[in-house]
Design a protein around this ligand. Sequence first.
Ligand code: AMP
Ligand code: FE
Ligand code: FE
Ligand code: ZN
Length: 278
Amino acid sequence: MKLIDLHIHTSESDGTLTPGETVEYALKKGLSAIAITDHDTADGVKPAMKLGQSLGFEVISGIEVSTDYLGHGVHILGYFIDPDSPALQRLLDWVIEDRNTRNDKIIEAMRSDGLDISGALLDQMFPKAVIGRPHFAAYLVSRGLAENVTDAFTKYLNRGKRYHRLRTYLPIEQAIDVITAAGGKAVFAHPLQYRMEEDQLLKLTRCLVDCGIKGMECLYSGYTVEQSAYLMELAKRFGLCVTGGSDFHGSRKPQIDMGSGTGSLAVPYSLLEALRDS
Ligand code: AMP
Ligand code: FE
Ligand code: FE
Ligand code: ZN
């Protein structure tokens, strides 16, 4: 069976492989297509597609944006977007500016504790990346203040912890509208990550459908066969396409591999065709 991975981060956001290395790794893994879905940037899409074209490998243009739903950070994936869409670029510029404001607050808090962090140091450690909490986590690990990225979140960066600062999340409608305006198809990312009760998940799905969502990520790293079957049933009930991906971040999340996730993920190529045709 031809297998794909529709949820991949590169060094343009918080993954560790460059867009080019990501395509090479996908080829090595024997995949038939991948989508690049960096947080809040489409800058990795063109270099990956260009290399993909020269190697005869299919790369899908994508993005992942964070939205707010009644206090839950809900992630929306966008596929087949035009990375040069002015509407998309305007929105992403705004998101990056808001991130920078938030990041400056984190830097200030860390510096007042005597840490040697600065914006310049982060840019040097992570050239071109959309800087976010994962990078602060990597910094804390490099200074011996946490064992690994997860430990750094638990100790310092999760909500309520010493270095947590809020950033602004987009309303769901706006995220879906912009993805659609950029020629893309919006997909509900990893629906079981929000730890919602079933009735709340149903309400959220209804809200997403009303806003124009086209698919649901039912196959995802760590989801059991039963969980995926439950989500596929939900997708069917709401008339949504089924999608799947690993949420690969390179060595930043070493337990997740491209294509196979934490071991048993397998996303068939036919899902990509169905989404494209929807
Ligand atoms: P930000 O958007 O900068 O606030 O960072 C959010 C990103 O951090 C998410 O998209 C995840 O990739 C990552 N993240 C959030 N919580 C954790 C955690 N507990 N362990 C590892 N990574 C996390
Ligand atoms: Fe991430
Ligand atoms: Fe996500
Ligand atoms: Zn992701």
